[in-house]
Structures are given as structure tokens and as C-alpha cells.
Design a protein around this ligand. Structure first.
Ligand code: HPA
Length: 269
């Protein structure tokens, strides 16, 4: 089956399950999936039951698709995303974004845990722009003309309006919200200190192993994107050592602010 046929099949399946006219897609990163539990009038689907869908294998990623009402908006939330480092193709990693577009979403909120280059653990950061350092591009292969052009512009991949709204909302709530450039790597090894020094020189403020493929596919099809990174650790070389447990622990600490922020932003978009 072609990618387009798969997209259509999955879209039709989800529509039949009651996933109707979502306004926003939510991609919830490591430890941030709890937000989906607040969705009301929810249709909850296990990834395993959705045709053409991937599987989630990382601790802290639940593996459920949740559709319903959040902050007065119709949302389609991914509790646990697919990573390239799990051995997934980029078609699979970005498939949920294709589906969000096919179902008629106007925007996607993409969240992640990231290492801070400059910013410290506990920081919430809107992504102003990214550097694709994965060595791959999810749009390689046949172009889906009905989604977007062969050579899509990436100048405004992260919506200025959405970012402005996010910062206004954060100010109102008294939540500190920074902004910066996210550099996306493949993982799964964390970076070396030399790589982080290089990334700093390149203008990166945060580093992570997700988001970039999804945002490229979103931008291709004209979806508005708000990217939010939860900085969980100082990137390599700025602290003694890195481990996933710390990433989970810091996410745990900042997730209340994160949840309040996302809900309040959704209401205003
Ligand atoms: N590097 C890459 N990905 C990450 C990090 C990091 O330091 N922290 C959380 N995700």
C-alpha cells in the first residue's frame, strides 16, 4: 500500500471511531502524556488497534491516541510518539502528523524533553526554529502533492502567532517561558561534550531526539506549529553525566506548569 493509501485508510478508520474534525493535534513527549488524561468526552484508542500505526517502546510513553475536548477545543492527542532511534522509518514517525492534517487540524502542538545548551533543567522553552542534525529528511521519496510542494519553505515552520500567544498566556499565568532554537539529533546515545560545544556555536539552545521530523512534515502541509521543550538536564559537558531517569524526574517536576500552559494556550489559539 502506498503512503497515501495508508493515510486515507487510517483517516477513515479514525473517523468511523468518532474522531471528527479535530482542531489541534497534540504530540506529547517523554513524561508529558498525562495531559491527555484531562481530555473530556474522550475516544481512547490503543496504538495496537489503529491500522498503519506505530508502537511506542520508551518508558514514559503510553501508546494511546486520545481524541476529545480540552480547554474548549477538539484535540487529537498522541500519548507517546514514535522515534527514529527505535528503528522506525520516518514515514512512521511522522504518520500521526499526516493524519492530523488529513482529519482537518489547523495546528499541532509538539512537545518534548530536551537537553539545555544554556538553559537549565526545569526551563520551559518555545521553539523559535530548529536545526535538522539528524542527517535525514522525512520528505525524501515521492512527494504527496495533495499535502504540499516538493520543496517546502521552512522559514516560518514555528508559527509566530502561536508563539506570541504562548508567551502572553505564560505571562498571565506567571509561568516562566523562554524561547530558543532546538537542534534535532537521531539519538539514542546522548551527545558528546564536543558535539554540544559545536551545537552551541551553531546557535542551538536545546537538543533532543524528536520533533524535527514531525515539524518538517507539518510545515510541508501548512499546519501551524507550536513547539514546546521541557529542558530536563544540562546537555553533555555542562553536567557530570546524563541519564534517562533524571530526564523523567525533572519532567515530573515541571509537568504541572506544562499542563496549565498548554491548556491555557489551546483556549487562546
Ligand atoms: N540530549 C538529547 N535528548 C535529550 C536530552 C539531551 O541531553 N535530554 C532529554 N532529551
Amino acid at each position: 500500500m502506498s503512503l497515501l493509501e495508508k493515510i486515507n485508510e487510517t483517516r477513515d478508520f479514525l473517523t468511523a471511531q468518532g474522531v471528527q474534525e479535530p482542531e489541534f493535534g497534540l504530540i506529547l513527549g517523554s513524561g508529558l502524556g498525562e495531559l491527555a488524561e484531562e481530555i473530556e468526552n474522550a475516544v481512547v484508542l490503543d496504538y495496537a488497534d489503529i491500522p498503519n500505526w506505530g508502537r511506542s517502546t520508551v518508558t514514559g510513553h503510553a501508546g494511546k491516541l486520545v481524541y476529545g475536548d480540552l480547554a474548549g477545543r477538539k484535540v487529537l492527542a498522541l500519548q507517546g510518539r514514535f522515534h527514529f532511534y527505535e528503528g522506525n522509518s520516518l514515514d512512521l514517525v511522522t504518520f500521526p502528523v499526516r493524519i492530523m492534517k488529513a482529519l482537518g487540524c489547523q495546528g499541532v502542538l509538539v512537545t518534548n524533553a530536551a537537553g539545555g545548551i544554556g538553559f537549565g533543567p526545569g526551563t520551559l522553552m518555545t521553539i523559535s526554529d530548529h536545526i535538522n542534525f539528524t542527517g535525514r529528511n522525512p520528505l525524501i521519496g515521492e512527494n504527496l502533492e495533495t499535502f504540499g510542494p516538493r520543496f517546502p519553505d521552512m522559514s516560518n515552520a514555528y508559527s509566530k502567532d502561536y508563539r506570541k500567544t504562548a508567551h502572553q498566556v505564560a505571562d498571565k499565568l506567571g509561568i516562566k517561558l523562554d524561547e530558543g532554537v532546538y537542534i534535532g539529533v537521531s539519538g539514542p546515545s546522548y551527545e558528546t561534550p564536543a558535539e554540544i560545544r559545536a551545537f552551541k556555536t551553531m546557535g542551538a539552545d536545546a537538543v533532543g531526539m524528536s520533533t524535527v521530523p514531525e515539524v518538517i512534515v507539518a510545515a510541508h502541509s501548512g499546519l501551524n506549529v507550536l513547539g514546546i521543550s521541557a529542558i530536563t538536564n544540562h546537555a553533555a559537558g555542562f553536567q557530570d553525566e546524563l541519564n534517562h531517569d533524571e530526564v523523567v524526574a525533572v519532567t515530573e517536576r515541571i509537568k504541572e506548569d506544562f499542563k496549565s500552559l498548554v491548556k491555557a494556550v489551546l483556549a487562546e489559539l
